[in-house]
Design a protein around this ligand. Structure first.
Ligand SMILES: Cc1ncc(COP(=O)(O)O)c(C=O)c1O
Length: 387
């Protein structure tokens, strides 16, 4: 079945959208920054939302069958059995992180993250939770990708101030997907050092065809204090509807989290987000499979276009999701290529600077669009450098 994913992916139609992606920049800029995709909604989600509007079902959230729908999805997709009773529903992944940090650590404790990484990890840990950060950078592999440095993580976990590891798996912005063996080694090290683990797995439904995601909790030892954060927001493009889920490793931890999360926080969840997430997990996997195939082919296209038009850019094709981490260090564009490109190429990328010091000279490109728009993006970038 074809969902005709690119039918709305022309610039005139996309600029009709009023969300952040298409409104931050001037109309002559192609937006390729924040993680929103340019595809039409999955039909089951659109129908669910239309019918909720038709019956004026716009009240406060009721989680209903969302935990069961999530558990059905995780079992079918990853063979991971989630107990619906161990699911907590909150507005978004960052709220989940902030609440978990409050529970797992004290002010002044340190949190390990793998840089370069999704900018709100820095702000949530430092500014909201008032914890410090220990960076364990990803390492470049001999195959040209990125991987997790387990030995360096072990060293970091041994520090007395480190109480939490915040893993991004699959990783934003590099799209790397840690192997099962890597995750087992990390979970084992965390347990030995008494470090709690928050696994942000929001990009997990978007692994490219043939790539296997291992849910962190499926390999974590039962005594490890660990949670997984999942949401339909990225994979089905509904982040504005505000609904994320925490899966908790054991009952003790569940009780501790439930008693510490304020009711007002849980009520920040959007009811449309709950309804749309159920429609996503239950009825929209064929749509997702088509998206995964399209973004994998866009990634290959991006590789080819860069090889021909911007051969000095370092790009390790991601194994998951629609974000490309591009290192423009070989071109003379300064520390912030995104600032150069929005001005000179009329393309809006995410600045690499927010992703940590390793982001100097880098930018993130969102290729969750049509091949035609992706081609125009790279044409514009290349032309702005050659001029
Ligand atoms: C790694 C990661 N975590 C969390 C989020 C936030 O997700 P949401 O706001 O949909 O909950 C994003 C959004 O792009 C992300 O990439």
């Amino acid at each position: 079945m074809s969902f005709d994913l690119t039918r709305e992916a022309n610039l005139d139609a996309l600029r009709q959208r009023t969300s952040a992606k298409w409104r931050l920049f001037e109309p002559d800029v192609i937006a390729a920054w924040i993680a929103e995709m340019d595809y039409p909604l999955a039909p089951a989600i659109a129908e669910t939302l239309h019918s909720a509007v038709d019956r004026s079902d716009t009240g406060y959230r009721w989680v209903g069958e969302l935990p069961e729908a999530l558990a059905g999805f995780t079992a079918k997709t990853w063979g991971w059995q989630v107990d619906p009773a161990q699911v907590i529903v909150l507005p978004d992944v960052l709220t989940c992180i902030a609440q978990a940090l409050a529970r797992f650590s004290r002010p002044g404790d340190a949190v390990v993250i793998n840089t370069p990484v999704y900018p709100p990890f820095f702000t949530t840990v430092r500014d909201i939770a008032k914890r410090t950060i220990v960076e364990v950078p990803l390492v470049r592999t001999e195959h040209g990708g990125f991987d997790y440095d387990v030995a360096a993580m072990e060293q970091a976990f041994a520090r007395t101030d480190v109480s939490v590891y915040l893993i991004c798996s699959p990783h934003n912005p590099t799209g790397s997907v840690p192997s099962r063996e890597t995750l087992i080694a990390i979970a084992d090290a965390a347990q030995r050092h008494g470090v709690s683990v928050i696994a942000d797995e929001v990009h997990a439904p978007l692994t490219h065809p043939g790539v296997v995601h291992t849910p962190f909790l499926s390999v974590a030892p039962s005594g490890l204090s660990a949670i997984s954060l999942i949401s339909a927001s990225k994979a089905w493009n509904i982040p504005g509807l505000k609904c994320a889920q925490i899966v908790v490793a054991n009952e003790e931890l569940l009780a501790a989290l439930q008693s510490s999360i304020p009711l007002e926080v849980t009520y920040g969840t959007g009811h449309f987000g709950v309804l749309a997430s159920i429609a996503a997990y239950r009825d929209s996997v064929p749509w997702l499979d088509e998206v995964r195939a399209l973004i994998a082919s866009n990634s290959a296209l991006l590789s080819q276009l860069l090889t021909v038009q911007l051969p000095e850019v370092f790009f390790a094709p991601p194994l998951a999701s629609y974000l490309a981490w591009l290192d423009f260090g070989s071109y003379d564009l300064g520390d912030d290529p995104a600032a150069y490109f929005v001005e000179r190429a009329k393309v809006g990328l995410s600045s690499g600077l927010g992703f940590g010091e390793l982001g100097i000279g880098c930018a993130r490109l969102n290729f969750g669009t049509s091949p035609q728009i992706l081609t125009e993006i790279v044409d514009r970038l290349a032309l702005s450098i050659s001029n």
